[in-house]
Ligand binder design. Structure first.
Ligand SMILES: [Cu+2]
Length: 106
């Protein structure tokens, strides 16, 4: 591949403005994995979950509260403030049982 346009391909992979980065999280009884995710302020976040059971993906401070049902729910939101926020499952007992993690907005 002599005419391989490496810079152009890297730009494409890197995202630019047209690609939205997806984050993969596994949720189940009673966990989220990974427990820490980092996103960019004012950029749309798309989280693809691999889910078992009935849960929610909730971030109180950011007004996010999405029911998780089925195998592959998707959570989308745009964080408009930076900081570290807890995400958790709002089903009674699940947060206490370990269903929480940390979202860093930079
Ligand atoms: Cu739950």
């Amino acid at each position: 591949m002599e005419n391989f346009d490496e810079q152009r391909i890297l730009t494409f992979i890197g995202g630019g403005t047209s690609l939205i980065k997806g984050i993969n999280i596994t949720s189940g009884n009673l966990f989220f994995s990974p427990k820490t995710i980092t996103v960019a302020k004012d950029q749309p976040v798309v989280i693809n979950l691999q889910n078992t059971g009935t849960h929610t993906f909730t971030i109180k401070e950011l007004g996010v509260n999405v029911p998780l049902s089925g195998n592959s729910p998707v959570v989308e939101f745009t964080p408009t403030e930076s900081g570290t926020f807890e995400y958790y499952c709002a089903v009674p007992g699940h947060r206490e049982g370990g269903m929480f993690g940390s979202l860093k907005v930079e």
